[in-house]
Ligand binder design. Structure first.
Ligand code: CTP
Ligand code: MG
Length: 252
């Protein structure tokens, strides 16, 4: 007999950042890449996944209404499952606050949560599904990761190189990052109190989960999940989108 209340997966799409390093007039999620906004690229990928659950979009306060409209329009236009339950909430000052606010808006039946940066607009749908499946299989945190290709060096404040870092065990991690919901909630309960003297800034959810002793595994990431941080990243992804024909038409 099938479970009448199967556990479901939720996605928190964090889009509330200011995009200071990009330096655009609008918040980063509202900036265009190949005829669509960054957030529209991410929304289109999510609603065309072959599975569905809760989608909580965390938006800049002033853009909540516009993003709510865009999310529902994209859902109506591109959804293949009909099942996404969409909520749009306002974000916080720091990324981890935005994630916490998104988590609070998840429905009670959600037991697995993926957190994704709207700033990674071309992330393939296969990465979302691989992360979700790996969380279900291992019941731990899962992040997409790529090996580091460049030679890495530690550098002093005056710009002189101190030493070369062995990159053998280093990886670059991306999003979506997936977690059993209870583990992610525990990690976000009091992030400021966890390892308050750690020299490592909290820039992803895996770091908070690690701080509460949670296990985090990796699955293969994708070059297409590259994050837009500076104007050069936008140009790089623009070239990638055009060369592969993704997202070159506006969805509405
Ligand atoms: N984010 C968020 N709320 C914040 C800060 C960041 O939702 N208070 C989101 C961003 O919208 C982005 C993702 O987290 O999708 C990754 O953050 P980052 O690349 O640092 O984006 P910004 O914070 O917008 O950029 P910057 O740090 O240059 O201001
Ligand atoms: Mg930031």
């Amino acid at each position: 007999m099938t479970d009448p209340h199967p556990a479901r997966t939720g996605i928190i799409l964090v889009a509330a950042g200011r995009g200071e390093r990009l330096g655009a007039e609008l918040p980063k999620a509202l900036v265009h890449l190949a005829a669509r906004t960054l957030i529209d690229h991410a929304l289109s990928t999510i609603v065309s996944l072959p599975w569905s659950g809760d989608l909580v979009v965390v938006a800049p306060e002033a853009w909540r209404g516009a993003i709510h409209h865009q999310a529902h329009q994209t859902h109506g236009f591109a959804s293949v499952t009909d099942g996404w339950r969409i909520t749009v909430v306002a974000g916080g000052v720091e990324r981890h606050e935005s994630v916490r606010l998104g988590l609070a808006a998840m429905g009670d039946d959600i037991d697995t949560v993926l957190v994704h940066d709207a700033a990674r607009p071309l992330t393939p749908d296969t990465v979302f599904t691989e992360v979700r499946d790996a969380v279900h299989r291992h019941r731990c945190g899962v992040v997409p990761a790529l090996p580091v290709a460049d030679t890495l060096k530690s550098v002093a404040a005056d710009g002189t190189i101190e030493h070369t870092i062995d990159r053998g065990s280093l990886i670059a991690v991306q999003t979506p990052q997936g977690f059993p919901r209870a583990l992610l909630e525990r990690a976000h309960a009091e992030p400021e109190q966890r390892a308050p003297h750690s020299p490592v800034p909290v820039t992803d959810d895996a770091e908070l989960v690690q701080r509460v002793g949670g296990v985090v595994r990796t699955v293969p990431g994708s070059m297409r999940a590259h994050k837009v941080t500076t104007p050069d990243d936008l140009k790089l992804l623009e070239a990638l989108a055009v060369s592969t024909g993704s997202g070159t038409k506006a969805s509405a």
